[in-house]
Design a protein. Structure first.
Length: 353
């Protein structure tokens, strides 16, 4: 009988010690770190490192009870600091922990392409309404900030040739073609339909479909096999695509309206669009592009768009490259679109993550 009492007493003491250990374990657990950062419009999840999920939780944000779950999702509605209090109750004991979440401006790590300072009067060739880059017909790539633009230049079968991107500030928005002829465009391919009367720098993209993309092989991206791409690189930093400004070039603009030596005028059912693909860190081309219609006559005849179009690229996510292709319903098949495959670009924005 005495031995049984000793055993019961020992079991009671051990149970008490076990209970105290659980309480001490709870009391000693905490969330590390105690301060967090999140950008506007983004969310973070705060989850304490408490092993026993039977504990009761009460989350207070700026003094207001917000959640009783075992973790808290905090969304950055506006710039500032959120004060977070967590009260955890377990085995009748309540512990209180305090945290803070700093909400940063959504664009705090944005990098925006700015070519306004590039001096084309010194590094350009005079043309109607301004200048274009003097390396357009050389095999030199244009670089600005963290952006490298694809470019090929040289001589093909006795003719000067370029594709990829060049830079211009020409204000020329005239029509140099007519039905049956595009001869006037070669000397005047440097304008932008969104440009004003004061020269301002912008990029011109010419999609060398037949020379490059049509002949591309393999399932991964290769710089040498694609005509129009932008590389986004600065050491080991990673970037997400945000947006870019796109506009029509005069050659396809007037070809769509009136036809030229290659293109026919658009009718109902036609369209001309730019497709922008993301390329990931492993050089895989993401399957779904962002589309920008430069002229959309699918349901009724409309004039090509003339101003800058701000294109949301956030669906592309994290990218190492942006890859550009064009599509037109006026198409010759193997040789690609009859519509002149030019577009204009400015103010590309990416977010360092």
């Amino acid at each position: 009988m005495k031995n049984r009492l000793y055993l019961l007493l020992a079991a009671f003491i051990l149970a008490g010690i076990s209970s105290c250990n659980k309480e001490d374990e709870l009391a000693s657990t905490s969330l590390q770190p105690t301060s967090f950062q999140v950008k506007e419009k983004k969310s973070i999840v705060i989850e304490p490192e408490i092993k026993d999920k039977s504990a009761q939780y009460a989350w207070f944000v700026d003094g207001k009870l917000t959640s009783t779950a075992n973790k808290l999702t905090v969304t950055g509605e506006k710039v500032g600091v959120k004060t977070i209090t967590l009260k955890t109750t377990y085995l009748g004991k309540t512990t209180t922990s305090g945290y803070s979440v700093t909400v940063l401006p959504y664009n705090i790590n944005y990098v925006t392409l700015d070519v306004s300072g590039y001096n084309l009067s010194q590094n350009g060739i005079a043309t109607t309404g301004g200048y274009y880059w003097n390396q357009t017909y050389a095999d030199t790539k244009f670089q600005s900030q963290i952006f490298t633009f694809s470019h090929t230049g040289g001589n093909v079968s006795g003719y000067a040739y370029w594709d990829g991107f060049t830079i211009s500030n020409s204000t020329d928005r005239s029509n140099y073609g007519r039905p049956g002829s595009s001869d006037g465009w070669i000397a005047h391919q440097w304008g932008c339909m969104a440009s004003g009367d004061t020269p301002q720098n912008f990029l011109i993209g010419y999609w060398g479909y037949y020379m490059k993309d049509y002949q591309a092989t393999g399932s991964t991206f290769n710089e040498s096999q694609y005509s129009n791409w932008i590389k986004i690189e600065n050491g080991s930093n990673r970037y997400e695509a945000v947006s870019v400004n796109i506009a029509n070039h005069p050659w396809p603009h007037f070809g769509i309206l009136y036809g030229d030596g290659f293109a026919r005028a658009f009718g109902v059912g036609d369209y001309f669009k730019l497709l922008i693909y993301g390329v990931d860190a492993n050089n895989n081309i993401k399957s779904t592009p962002v589309e920008c219609y430069l002229c959309d006559c699918r349901t009724s005849v409309k004039a090509p768009r003339q101003g800058w179009i701000n294109v949301n690229l956030s669906a592309l996510g994290e990218v190492k490259y942006l890859l550009f292709k064009m599509e037109s319903t006026d198409n010759s098949g193997q040789y690609g679109p009859n519509t002149a495959v030019y577009f204009c670009l400015d103010k590309l924005v990416v977010d360092k993550i």
